[in-house]
Ligand binder design. Sequence first.
Ligand code: NGO
Length: 491
Amino acid sequence: AAPAGFGQLLPAPATVRASGSGHALGPGTVIRTGRTGNAEVRRVGELLAEQLRGPTGLPLPVVDAPAGGGIELRLDPSAPDLGDEGYRLESGPRAVTLTARTPAGLFHAGQTLRQLLPAAGGAGTVPGGTVTDAPRFAHRGAMLDIARHFFTAEQVKRYVDQLAQYKVNTLHLHLTDDQGWRIAIDSWPRLAEYGGGSEVGGGPGGHWTKDEYRDLVRYAADRYVEVVPEIDMPGHVNAALASYAELNCDGKAPPRYTGTKVGFSSLCTGSERTYDFVEDVLAEVAALTPGRYLHIGGDEASATAPADYAAFMDRAQQAVARHGKTVVAWHQLAEARPAPGAVLQYWGHDRTGAAEKARVAAAAKAGHPVILSPADRLYLDMKYDAATKPGLSWAGYVPVRRACEWDPGAYLAGLPAEAVLGVEAPLWTETVATREELEYMAFPRVLCLAELGWSQEPPDWAEYGPRLAAQAPRMEAQGIGYHRAADVPWQ
Ligand SMILES: CC1=[NH+][C@H]2[C@@H](O1)O[C@H](CO)[C@@H](O)[C@@H]2O
């Protein structure tokens, strides 16, 4: 195993070659972005400087001057084997050189560099050697449900910071559900104003203005995290139905819902007014989304007849395509007609029926990429064990080790490894209302997601457990309220 510094990196890099003496940071260390830099490289350099100045206590100016030692960021579009997100980090007495084909790769190199410096602070010495790295899967995501309990954009920015340091590159925002509509829609203002005015348990709820949403999207993009917005349809829509009587088949708006049941609501799939709503909402959300995907939900539509569900999803998918985006939907879409290129997000578990699993595998073989979010491994709202205060347990308890010890490439029978777009860990918030509860449920299990998504090999607990435990000082230094789970060999 590589020496301590390299051996503690999480997610584990593809290859590490330790050699020679390393690079000591000091008051004179500068971050250079000039040799092949452009405005975006400079921004990556500035962000890295911000991230390093606190822990190291060093000034770390960012300069355009080309080579001259220190920390140097270089774009090399022809660098072999690094792909769109990979990087090379070379550390020696004179300099630490970060090379990548893209600014995203340079950002990821910087996150590795952060972990090669003392977690508890101080300048430190970057060990000597070379890390050459690239991710296994393209999609490494975390989902946050801000519908059941409202979370502000500022709280979500903090989650983005925490995730991006582990090279997670997608934030899926579950913006709408029975209990709340959380994004302002100009053409249907009551959705957020009224439909966003409550939450599970009867609290005040809230919603994001378009500017707050744009600001979050930009903040995430600066950290190479793509935002995937979800408008869940045709089920999970009580907040919308409560906001507009005309969306209800009987013309009557139900009261706002503050409980935690699922599967009882449905859009009126036979009414043309519903498709005005779908078009208007998806148009406005697409305009707010520089990313590739719009997630249209599709889960638990028990109050929608199967034929109506399929017809509805056909039209909703057409609307997504009209706005130049790619569909993502929960895997129930496989029971209807996934549009060409539509991505399925699988949330099944060990007890999911063979026929349901086979339908997902068949859809994958028919060209639908799959994001794996097994409820009994990656659902961060599942209790760790019986003693966990927040959380649900319908998919069983998920101790840290269970979240880690599986291989996405060999997980679902009949699902070809190349059809796995990646992995994503959802955090549903029926029972999670505060930052403390969010961090307690998400950390450390979301570090399993990070490793599963990035590293070439799935975690082997004998090696990964101690490496996960070694992140404790870093999480503590960042004030992350993680759960010191009993199955992790904390130091
Ligand atoms: C995709 C999906 N739909 C359901 C299911 O996951 O379980 C979650 C709780 O674990 C719940 O909040 C959600 O509405």
